[in-house]
Design a protein around this ligand. Structure first.
Ligand SMILES: *Cc1c(COP(=O)(O)O)cnc(C)c1O
Length: 435
């Protein structure tokens, strides 16, 4: 498979290049050149397949030309060692729980898959020297990437996070790992962390000295696997006798998750429509209303993993729909909720049906409540376990939710971090010394 850039000036790239480089030379995002439809037989039998079998079928469409079947199967099966169950919440509303992986958030799927595929592609390349993954995080990305790459030979991970702005639970998930994971506490904001990572990628001297790549959802290896669980959700609906295409409501920040769902739809997955549920960062919601895309600085909200003012995968959505605002609006509607609405939704849902939503999932649930028509079935993606946001959730619902054992194990580990100023030279000096 070849991958083209959303900016359409860079040459098409091989899978190897797209995965190792992450971003095209013209700063565009890579897109697969073909999206083949899965066979009717696949959809007829989907309810009899396991999650791993379903995922392998999808992975084969994207990666089958470039990765040998046994290897691809191993990568898929190793990634999906956990379930993504569908739970009935309301009359016609289901939660797709994506938080049963190692760090209890949906990013585990893409991060693990990318770690395994990157390792395979690096090995094939036969170049010497480790590959270094730099990732800036406001919490969830860092933990998923660090755990996905933990112990993967030939790859070092540097997680940059802003001092004092990441929750204790999140911080433990990438500072206690050791091995090939280095946590860097930056004396600055999340924007500073992102700026530092960008500077490093553009620094010719540094790139001649060491091999660098990123693990954000711009990377196709992290982004495409997110299509897997949409198919799995559909299979689970069929299993309980619901045959009409569902409405998917996706809590969105950088729009990687929902874009993967749209890819799935293009590959034949029956979907009635999508809802992009935003918090107060409403750039996409405004775009749907006005046709104008106006990125702005992000606002801090209760659903902080969605605090994005310039969603990077917007370029992919525009590319899929060839820039047609009307075509996008036919498939995707929007929603935007401020913190007061998020709180109220969590409280109402807990009081009425006893389900504990995390602040991100709350946006997805609320959008279905407001936009689902009679006779439709809705699925919202519950993107993180509420215990990841225990302090906020307990305060909002007056609960004392239990922290799953997996999360507790991180919290008893020894935290190790290197403190750095937000000055680029400090980061560069450290990276030059470490490699
Ligand atoms: C990253 C994240 C999101 C947003 O996903 P995008 O792919 O960036 O749109 C939503 N919820 C949680 C819990 C996240 O960690």
């Amino acid at each position: 498979m070849k991958y083209y850039s959303t900016n359409h000036t860079a040459l098409e790239a091989s899978l190897e290049k797209a995965v190792i480089k992450g971003l095209a030379e013209d700063r565009g995002l890579y897109m697969p050149s073909r999206l083949e439809k899965l066979s009717p037989t696949f959809f007829e039998q989907i309810e009899d397949l396991s999650f791993q079998e379903i995922a392998y079928n999808i992975a084969n469409v994207f990666f089958g030309e470039d990765v040998a079947p046994e290897t691809l199967k191993k990568i898929v099966y190793d990634t999906l060692s956990f379930d993504t169950p569908l739970k009935k919440i309301d009359r016609n509303i289901y939660a797709l729980e994506l938080f049963h992986g190692p760090t209890l958030a949906f990013k585990d799927v893409g991060a693990r898959f990318m770690a395994r595929l990157l390792q395979y592609e690096i090995h094939k390349e036969r170049k010497t020297g480790d590959v270094n993954v730099l990732v800036a995080t406001s919490g969830d990305t860092g933990s998923a990437v660090a755990n996905g790459f933990l112990g993967v030979e030939g790859i070092n991970v540097f997680v940059l996070y802003p001092k004092g702005k990441v929750s204790k639970i999140q911080e433990c998930q990438f500072t206690t790992l050791g091995k090939n994971i280095t946590a860097l506490e930056i004396d600055g904001t999340f924007d500073d962390c992102q700026r530092l990572v960008k500077s490093a990628f553009m620094d010719v001297e540094l790139n001649n000295h060491m091999r660098l790549t990123s693990a954000n959802s711009i990377n196709i290896a992290r982004f495409l696997p997110q299509a897997f669980y949409y198919f799995h959700a559909y299979a689970q609906l069929k299993r309980i006798g619901i045959l009409e295409p569902p409405v998917f409501s996706v809590p969105s920040g950088n729009f990687g998750n929902i874009t993967a769902g749209i890819f799935g739809h293009r590959m034949g997955l029956p979907v009635k429509r999508f809802i992009a549920a935003n918090n107060a960062n409403d750039v996409f919601f405004k775009y749907l209303q006005t046709g104008k895309y106006e990125p702005k600085p992000s606002l801090q909200t209760l659903a902080n993993a969605m605090d994005v003012g310039a969603p990077s995968n917007f370029a992919r959505i525009i590319d899929i729909y060839k820039g047609s605002w009307d075509a996008i609006r036919t498939d995707v509607s929007g929603a935007s909720y401020n913190d007061a609405a998020i709180r109220q939704t969590m409280q109402t849902c807990y009081a009425q049906v006893g389900y504990i939503l995390d602040p991100h999932g709350a946006c997805g649930y609320r959008a279905l409540k407001e936009q689902l028509h009679d006779g439709e079935t809705g699925i919202f993606l519950e993107t993180a376990h509420p215990a990841k946001f225990k302090e906020k959730v307990d305060e909002i619902l007056s609960t004392d939710i239990k922290i799953p054992e997996r999360l507790q194990a991180f919290m008893s580990g020894k935290r190790q971090t290197i403190r750095l100023s937000a000055d680029y030279e400090a980061l560069k000096e450290l990276l030059m010394r470490k490699s």
